[in-house]
Design a protein around this ligand. Structure first.
Ligand SMILES: Cc1cc2nc3c(=O)[nH]c(=O)nc-3n(C[C@H](O)[C@H](O)[C@H](O)COP(=O)(O)O)c2cc1C
Length: 360
């Protein structure tokens, strides 16, 4: 049971209640960090319906493929009038390609572009993109300057602290990016060498916050609960918090945090509301992918199974169903047998790459 709002550890840090990024007034200071393969349109829409979400960002999209109208890239940037405010995240090591992709998005009415400088994967870093950009502060600053001056929509950057412990770059880069006109920075408090290991470095995030004068810095990493989010804000002074795996673990986190900001007591969802979310997520997916959603949704079976305590035979059926009517029948059974299995939720259910980061 959540303690009441007036308990000291649940008081939101005192700030102006408005949160603006590049002229966009955001509904809350709690944002969705992109998780490629998970934070797709249907998930974002289902999450927004619960309330409390500020800015959401798409999965990372390959800049070159986007401007070539690659089908997968177009799928990733698909949106809906309910899916606002949204930024599209692009990546590349090639300045021209990033500029082209940003212009392409602005010309099609997208309202924000986020540049990926945090991805640790070899295939992205090998082409000079993602976290590799942290190794060349002049190159990264030039690139950001070019993108910012090419579009009239807000440009943001999501980055890590640096390539490794011996090359922390985020404070210097944040200052330079601010001077180049970047509208906000999201900082994941780990280095590229850390991958997803260890714990997030709040001092590193605080140093990045301290390095800028005006723009908001959004802290990110390991926020799983309301208390984690409030602690991140208090400890680092960040203007906002982005949550990725925490949003999958508890999609109600955003609503709970907004309730706290508004002085209301946060409320946990009922078991029925949790099943409603699962069903809504799937049904919204069918608006984009029709029958193909049956196959696409399978990767969420284990996740929802563990999270909602879905009996194993039903979880197995969620992994194998082939039609929309079969899905509805499974949901009806889940509702009637809810609570048969104990819930056990682990971040580990969201796969992060294994083995030494050099080989990712
Ligand atoms: C499966 C997975 C996919 C991710 N995809 C992206 C991505 O597309 N773009 C990005 O900037 N970060 C990506 N990240 C990093 C997250 O946005 C976030 O920085 C990181 O997971 C730490 O935050 P969290 O603990 O709230 O998840 C991904 C992380 C995971 C685990």
């Amino acid at each position: 049971m959540m303690p009441p709002t007036n308990s000291p550890n649940l008081a939101a840090p005192a700030t102006d209640s408005t949160f603006v990024i590049g002229g966009r007034l955001l509904p809350s200071r709690y944002c969705l960090a992109p998780l490629a393969g998970y934070t797709h349109l249907a998930f974002r829409r289902a999450l927004r319906e619960l309330g409390g979400l500020g800015l959401a960002t798409t999965d990372l999209v390959h800049a070159t493929q986007l401007v070539s109208n690659n089908r997968h890239s177009l799928d990733l940037i698909e949106t809906h009038p309910d899916d606002r405010p949204l930024s599209v995240q692009i990546f590349s090591g090639n300045e021209e390609h990033l500029v082209k992709a940003a212009c392409w998005l602005a010309a099609r009415g997208y309202e924000g572009v986020d540049l990926n400088m945090g991805c640790p994967m070899a295939k992205v870093n090998g082409q000079g993109g993602g976290a590799r950009l942290l190794c060349d502060t002049d190159g990264a600053s030039r690139l950001v300057e070019r993108v910012v001056s090419s579009v009239n929509i807000p440009v943001t950057v999501k980055m890590r602290l640096g390539w490794d412990r011996d090359s922390i770059a985020s404070p210097l880069l944040a200052r330079r990016f601010e001077n180049s006109g970047v509208a906000a920075i999201t900082i994941h408090g780990r280095t590229r060498a850390q991958g997803f290991q260890g714990t997030v470095d709040l001092d590193g995030i605080a140093a990045t916050v301290a390095a800028v004068a005006r723009i908001p810095v959004i802290g990110n990493g390991d926020v799983r609960t309301v208390e984690d989010a409030l602690h991140m804000r208090r400890f680092t002074g960040c203007a906002a918090v982005a949550m990725g795996r925490g949003a999958m673990l508890d999609p109600w986190l955003f609503r709970k945090l907004s309730d706290i900001e508004a002085g209301r007591d946060p409320r946990d969802p009922t078991p029925d509301e949790q099943v409603d979310f699962l069903a809504r997520h799937f049904h919204l997916m069918t608006e984009q992918h029709a029958e193909r959603s049956c196959r696409l949704f399978r990767k969420f079976a284990a996740w929802y199974g563990a999270k909602l305590g879905i009996p194993e035979d039903l979880e197995q059926r969620l992994r194998l169903f082939e039609s929309l009517s079969e899905f509805d029948a499974i949901i009806a059974e889940i509702r009637s047998r809810h609570g048969e299995r104990r819930t056990s939720v682990a971040t580990a259910l969201i796969k992060v790459p294994n083995g030494p980061v050099e080989r990712w």
